[in-house]
Design a protein around this ligand. Sequence first.
Ligand SMILES: [Zn+2]
Length: 614
Amino acid sequence: MRTLNLFLTAALLASMSAAAQQAADSQPSAQPAAPDATQTAQPAPAAPDAAQPTQAAAAPDQTQPAQTQASQPAVIPPPAVVAAPTTMDQVVNLFIEREHGLIKMLSNRTPVVETYLQNLTADPQLGPVPSEDHYFLGRLDMGEIVDRKDYLKEEEKGMQARLLGGFTKLYKVQYQPMGFSWMVYADRTDFDREHYDFSYIRREFLGDVRCLVFDVKPKAKSGRGRFLGRIWVEDQDFNIVRLNGTYAPAPRNSYFFHMDAWRLNLIPGYWVPSYIYSEEGDFSAGVKNKLAFKAQTRIWGYDLKKSGKDDELTNIRVDSVKDESPTAQDASPLQAEREWQQQAEDNVVERLTSAGLLAPEGDVDHILQTVVNNLEVTNNIDLPRPVRTRVLLTAPLETFSVGNTIVISRGLIDVLPDEASLAAVLSHELAHIVLGHNLGSKYAFNDRMLFSDEGTYQNLGFKHIPEEEAAADKKAIELLKNSPYAQKLDNVGLFLKALQQKAPQLNALLTTHLGNPLAENGTIDRLSALAAQGPALDNSKLDQIAALPLGGRVKINPWNDHAEMVKTAPVAITSARDKMPFEVTPFYPRLARYGAGATNGAPTTAAANSTSGN
Ligand SMILES: [Zn+2]
């Protein structure tokens, strides 16, 4: 039944390698930036007063009770439809009201928030490049006081504080993780006309969504830390969809950095905070600014259950499937061992998913499984249980396996340049499975799953001893040499070289939290036998793409955590500075309204049956 599926994968992964590969010669390459995001200020056909919010928000009329799920997400009624505004003053009133509506709607949510930051230094050839990096992961309590709890251990936090060096003192408050999620709202408490002046600028499209653009300034003497910048308001329901600016005035001895915050229309009537890009630093001649960094903050897991809150009984569906097989009997000792391991594997996968760290099974897994399948078929591997794959939602580059489930992080999928490199990192985990290096069985005891989400990293871990690591590497190379990827291992070598070159500056990106690290003390030791293979690393060769920037492949739906492959058009690389291996970049999501195409990976059931209470 299992067949070699290389062509299918090749097609699926076309978009994966598109951004980097061979774009240079074929493309006219005028604009390096995302073209769709900059098509500004179209003369809009309809004036804002004509924009009819008629059936706008209440659109879930196509109630499809068809795909009912075992656990339906809690139903959030869309906000009431309002009369169309006739003046800009009314528009301002509307978006202020909608902002308060959003704050209220999200007040019982505790999404996951991740910030990955790269400090920058100037390189004569490559421009600003990472000099060191920092990583923060926690849960954001969006209640009355926006607060966060961290997943990382105390000593790791202490280490980060030390790494921050001189800046800690100067920029104390804002350099703390919380500062990066500041711009989830313009102003948590006082977003109103008493504290702010709003001036209308123009209309502009962001992706598919027509927006009204306003500049926002705090009134004199309205207090410290007020939003100063620009907002984009979509012209149907008047929700803020993007904020760009900073906060002012800053308290003494501190500093607010600049942010660009994007929201997505993931449930009817609401645009939820999803991405925040921050950047500071000026590398023009004569500037002596010590603070230079760029950081991506991502928020997801809005629909996660608050820990400790029970499912409603009505949501629980018990499958009454009886084992009808004629040979039904007690398990043999080996069967029992396998059942036990399966139970442990299921426990861990379920726990990581409910902690907001693992994407539910989805499209990306099909691509990963196809690659694993290619390795298995060509090596005649026949395991008693099928190998599954899942996406870890976080940025640090890591893979691990739990029983027969291979887990790979979003960040690692992002930076891999091609399918052969993906096969290489997966082959190491497949080798652990083939060799029977199963670490998971202690998790078959359910008490070991009873911890708070923030305690996940302290309570779960899948690190192998060095001997097992070496054995898995050896086996992995064997598997690769028999596989369809055997002729492309030069690319893997190139990727490992690029990783080695950047490893000393990317300590946080290479610090794993559940599995073995790819590098130890700044030296890449994963698959090191392949690192010597392939051509020398050469930044000036524009067609040599050894590794990609972060964020280019996998997109997470912040509401339901589904992962999907990003569809981006290839953009020509015109200089060595365009390569940006392992780097963070600004966000430019293509905005679309809820239900308009699959571009947002919008949830299909979140809004169903909004009126038919159960
Ligand atoms: Zn390993």
